[in-house]
Design a binder for this molecule. Sequence first.
Ligand SMILES: Nc1ncnc2c1ncn2[C@@H]1O[C@H](COP(=O)(O)OP(=O)(O)OP(=O)(O)O)[C@@H](O)[C@H]1O
Ligand SMILES: [Mg+2]
Length: 371
Amino acid sequence: MRLLDEASDLVFEVGPFAIARMGPDFRVERASKRFCELLGYTEEELRGKTFPELTHPDDVQGNVELAEQALRGDLTHYTVEKRYLKKSGEAVWTQLTATYVRDGTDGSVHGLAMIEDISERKASEERFVALHEELKGRITELEASNVALAKANKELGTFSSNVSHDLKGPLISIAQFSQILLGRETGPINDAQDEMLRRIRNAGLQAKNIIDDLRDLADVTRREIFAEEVDMSAMCWTIIEDLRGLAPERDVTFDIRPDLRVYADPALLRLLMVNLIQNAWKYSAPKAHVTIQVGVERGSLGTIFFVKDDGIGFDNEHRERIFQAFERLHTHEFAGTGLGLATAQRIVQRHGGDIWAEGVPGEGATFWFSM
Ligand SMILES: Nc1ncnc2c1ncn2[C@@H]1O[C@H](COP(=O)(O)OP(=O)(O)OP(=O)(O)O)[C@@H](O)[C@H]1O
Ligand SMILES: [Mg+2]
């Protein structure tokens, strides 16, 4: 027995293992040199401390439960991963193997804990988990951008086929009417031929307008934005002057809220307002007296500007479709390329805002936008 005691002294004093022996009340009775080094205490300081005191608060309960099972004799030993608390307060991850032995003389039960420092393994596990989380995040981002890309590709496909469809119409007119005119008998041009020339000219103009508007649209998407404070009210009046010049006979009242100030790229803001005011002007032409309003509302959605007319309006069912390129509701009665609102939407979006529309057939339309 003496020989065994001496051997166990040796294990505690010079052995390379972190070992602690505990009494029935969980108090430390002995601690090996390595265990003292691991926690930064002297053996003197450790003696009398209980092991829950030396354990990270989150790990105490699980540990105590296992120890109680062992004390009852339900377990001969167990191995767990747990955090000890160093004297400095810092936690250290360990793997603990504990076994309980009954003292032959007084029958008291003592625990023997063998502790391995696994902080490096834990740190690399944590790095691995963090890396895994980051990778998962990247994959989600990639999947989202794939979906966005597929959507953009599909839109581009629709867009290109609409461009060719809309350009083809005027070009076919030009080709067909000029073919007929080329085959005509010499002599003065009759009324029917005159009409054909007029149609050729209109078709040429329509093709030119489409190309100009496509250029605007591409420009809006690509160009850099230089925002500054713009007096939108003054800007609207210059646009209105140009419109009045084109049809001075029309009875249109403009109600422009004074001093509307917007922080935006002036050239793009102008293009936006030209599109909205021109639409209000164009789609109210059949009415005898018209009022067009430009104003602002401040509410729960923030500052929202609007352009409102009491023209022919539209069915709200189409309120989203009209922002798509080449989507036109009133194709026969009014000239246009169907690119105005697509351009307007892109301008607003590039300023971080949103645009939407509301219409009532026969009563008018309102276009709202934030910037
Ligand atoms: N103020 C409005 N009132 C009624 N309908 C409108 C109004 N503004 C737009 N719309 C409808 O939305 C469609 C799309 O408008 P958008 O400005 O994009 O094209 P457009 O006016 O036909 O041609 P353009 O490219 O020359 O502006 C119009 O064709 C019209 O049917
Ligand atoms: Mg338009």
